[in-house]
Design a protein around this ligand. Structure first.
Ligand SMILES: *Cc1c(COP(=O)(O)O)cnc(C)c1O
Length: 394
């Protein structure tokens, strides 16, 4: 029997909402004009595009002139970090980030280290939170940027963004946050939170792939990452991805409008699943902060179970899950995030990430937990380590 597909990998990507797809359609075959051209046909693309800019700005408490359309989260992260490094190099060459950032941030920082910059990678506690005291201690006269993610894509922990923003502002250091997992899912206000730069990506909130944006405070002087035409105030060249921008705008509108309702639904299912897993499966560890957590994230380590094998068995039941970040699968190293929260290698290897959407149902949740119970038990019954462990502890 073919199983219904149960998609619990919404941190990797999300489905485009049908209404979003409908909104995009005319911009392929009918309103296909280049919004930068002068004739009125161009205006038919430019006007709705600018409306998206205004809408996104309003959701963040920003000005439309502070929203730049980019090719997604990775590009926005690269631009923010490399852009500040270049524009502020006369002030200093020191950057502060955390050990649990997405690779779009970490690998960009590592690249800068090879090019004469110094980077401090802050530790996190067992819940994945950075320490504000350590952050403050790490700031030096030559620190030009603090880049700390809003919410972690693997364990769902939400960082104390407003407090980080306050510390950055007090010390006159720019603050960028990778909000790819947060935008459209949890409330964000850039002024209140003292955020200077923010990255977001359409496909993480039910928009299309390959489109994102960066919020860039007007007072930040940043050069271009992509050079070429005069699009996006000459700061991001390239003909606009009009259908993508329209789709991202529609998705933002829907997700911001239903944020509270979606969160409530997801939190109920998330907490139900976590409670059942902890009660019904022995030797598990739930990763990430219990409350300061994305509404849709579950990350669990099953001891004596290999995460990758578990994924294959779940797949046979039509369940899509992840064993950490999609970018790290294919390598055998455990996730840098799980190591940073202090998990030993052998436990980190048994981690599974389940990320819900507002479409996930309680029935699906129960089917997944029922499946996990059976699969974990079967895998453990084949594990000599588990066998030894049970003998020692009985
Ligand atoms: C997915 C993701 C990115 C990358 O975004 P893309 O649009 O896929 O390039 C960056 N940071 C975080 C936290 C993510 O989850």
């Amino acid at each position: 029997m073919d199983h219904e597909l149960i998609y619990l990998d919404n941190a990797a990507t999300t489905a485009v909402i049908p209404e979003v797809y409908e909104a995009m359609k005319p911009y392929f075959t009918e309103v296909y004009s280049n919004p930068s051209s002068v004739y009125s046909f161009a205006g038919k693309a430019k006007k709705p595009m600018e409306e998206v800019r205004e809408k996104i700005a309003s959701y963040l408490g920003a000005k439309p002139s502070e929203i730049y359309f980019t090719g997604g989260g990775s590009e926005s992260d690269n631009w923010a970090i490399k852009g500040v490094a270049e524009a502020y190099k006369n002030k200093g060459k020191h950057i502060i980030t955390s050990k649990i950032e997405h690779h779009a941030v970490l690998h960009t920082c590592e690249w800068l280290e090879k090019n004469g910059y110094e980077v401090t990678y802050l530790d996190v506690d067992e819940d994945g939170l950075i320490s504000l005291e350590e952050l403050e201690k790490a700031i030096r006269p030559d620190t030009i940027l603090i880049t700390i993610m809003f919410a972690n894509n693997e364990i769902g922990t939400i960082e104390p963004i407003q407090k980080i923003g306050e510390i950055a502002r007090e010390h006159g250091v720019l603050f960028h946050t990778d909000a790819v997992q947060a935008f459209g899912h949890v409330p964000i206000q850039v002024d209140e939170m003292k955020i200077d730069m923010l990255s977001a990506s359409g496909h993480k909130f039910h928009g299309p792939k390959g489109i994102g944006f960066m919020y860039l405070r007007n007072s930040v002087k940043l050069g271009a990452l992509i050079h070429g035409g005069a699009q996006e105030r000459s700061r991001r060249a390239g003909t606009h991805n009009v259908p993508g921008i329209i789709g991202m705008g529609k998705a933002a509108e829907i997700m911001i409008g239903k944020m509270e309702e979606n969160s409530r639904k997801e939190i109920a299912i998330r907490d139900h699943m976590i409670a059942r897993i902890e009660k019904e499966i022995p030797y598990v560890k739930v990763n990430g902060h219990r409350e300061k957590r994305l509404p849709n994230n579950i990350n669990v380590c099953f001891r004596f179970v290999e995460g990758e094998s578990l994924l294959i068995m779940l797949d046979q039941k039509g369940i899509c899950a992840s064993s950490g970040s999609a970018c790290t699968s294919g390598s055998l190293d455990p996730s840098h995030v799980l190591l940073a929260i202090g998990l030993p290698h052998e436990i980190a290897h048994g981690s599974t990430r389940l990320t819900l959407s507002e479409e996930t149902t309680m029935e699906q949740a129960d089917f997944v937990v029922d499946s996990l119970k059976v699969i974990v038990e079967r895998m453990r019954s084949m594990s000599p380590l588990y066998d030894d462990f049970v003998k020692e502890n009985s």
